[in-house]
Design a protein around this ligand. Structure first.
Ligand SMILES: O=P(O)(O)OC[C@H]1O[C@](O)(COP(=O)(O)O)[C@@H](O)[C@@H]1O
Ligand SMILES: [Mg+2]
Ligand SMILES: [Mg+2]
Length: 343
């Protein structure tokens, strides 16, 4: 009887592509000396909710879940039905999972206190990112930030549990509902991407140890607001154009960020007259992406400082966001500061 010894994947990567998310989370627990499995469970809860939202987005055109919901959120934005559905699905999964004590959501005016006496974690979430693209079958996403609460577990939720700078995140990530569905996250030990295999209902490791190129030739900005940009931003975009860089703007932060993270590029959403503090929200958009960016060797700033160092003052506060390849963001910021000095 012939016996051949199994030759495991020779890629030399710590984790062979094809590892399930579950196994990966389990194996990464060793990164945390005092790990008790709660963060792992929380990541699984987010993955579960994203599978359900993925199903809803895939069939949005078939069922009556496309279109507006007929009410606006605290930011005055018209909520889409899928915004509401995603919000409900994630809140339900996080509350059922039992690891979370409070949730900050783009679609909720106030902090949701889950009355969970044993929950250690606070989650800030953008249940559906890129809402303007929902009904036109363009990539959309979900963005999440995870913090450990600061006050005693079981005690009433305090401001200090919620208003934490991005440097305090224990994990962050996003789900991209695109031509394929991906979950990309970090726990502070690098960035890994998982692709959803619909027929098996599993996320598989497809992009281990993501590193963002230091430089790139892609810029992502809504040029429709260029008359309102600071001089330096205009100069930088003109420089990109003079170098024949590619303009790529999907209008979904998750999708624009993901492309630029892998290929090299910069996403810019500066202050405008309509959004004097920028458009993106610090707690559940900018912080999560900034943590991922920095863990992948990229950069995220509001024009003056690291996004992660901003001390939050209000739940839905906005911030200008310049995020992407190190050399590109640094150059954009240099031009911006030069123009400010010359004014
Ligand atoms: O339409 P604009 O002004 O270019 O803004 C697009 C940006 O706004 C957002 O849609 C805001 O996120 P939401 O869709 O979650 O509100 C980002 O995804 C996107 O990058
Ligand atoms: Mg968003
Ligand atoms: Mg949203």
């Amino acid at each position: 009887m012939k016996i051949s010894t199994y030759q495991p994947d020779q890629s030399g990567l710590a984790y062979s592509v094809g590892t399930t998310l579950d196994r990966f989370i389990k194996s990464k627990q060793s990164d945390f000396p005092f790990a008790s499995g709660e963060l792992s469970q929380l990541l699984r809860d987010i993955a579960l909710a994203s599978k359900i939202v993925n199903r809803e987005t895939n069939r949005a055109g078939l069922s009556n879940i496309g279109g507006a919901f007929g009410q606006t959120n605290i930011q005055g934005e018209e909520q889409q039905k899928l915004d509401i559905i995603a919000n409900i699905r994630f809140i339900r999964a996080l509350s059922k999972g039992g690891e979370v004590c409070a949730i900050v959501s783009e679609e909720e005016d106030a902090v949701i206190d889950l009355q969970n006496k044993s929950g250690k974690y606070v989650v800030a979430i953008d249940p559906l990112d890129g809402s303007s693209n929902i009904d036109v079958n363009i990539s959309i996403g979900t963005i999440f930030s995870i913090y450990r609460r600061k006050t005693q577990v079981g005690s009433p939720i305090q401001k200090e549990d919620i208003m934490q700078p991005g440097t305090e995140q224990v994990a962050s990530g996003y789900v991209l509902y695109g031509s394929s569905t991906m979950l990309v996250y970090t726990t502070g030990f690098g960035v890994n991407g998982f692709t959803y295999e619909q027929s098996l209902g599993e996320f598989f490791l497809s992009h281990p140890c993501i590193k963002s190129p230091e430089d790139g030739q892609i810029y992502s900005i809504n040029e429709g607001t260029q008359d309102e940009w600071e001089l330096g931003i205009k100069d930088y975009i003109d420089t990109c154009k003079s170098r024949k860089y590619s303009a790529r703007y999907i209008g979904s932060l998750v999708a624009d960020f993901h492309r630029n993270l892998l290929k090299g590029g910069i996403y810019l959403y500066p202050a405008t007259q309509k959004n004097p503090n920028g458009k993106l929200r610090l707690l559940y958009e900018a912080n999560a992406m900034a943590f991922i960016a920095e863990q992948a060797g990229a950069v995220a700033t509001d024009g003056n400082r690291r996004i992660l160092e901003i001390k939050p003052e209000s739940l839905h506060q906005r911030t200008p966001l310049f995020i992407g390849s190190k050399k590109m963001v640094e150059e954009a910021m240099t031009l911006a500061s030069v123009s400010i000095k010359s004014q």
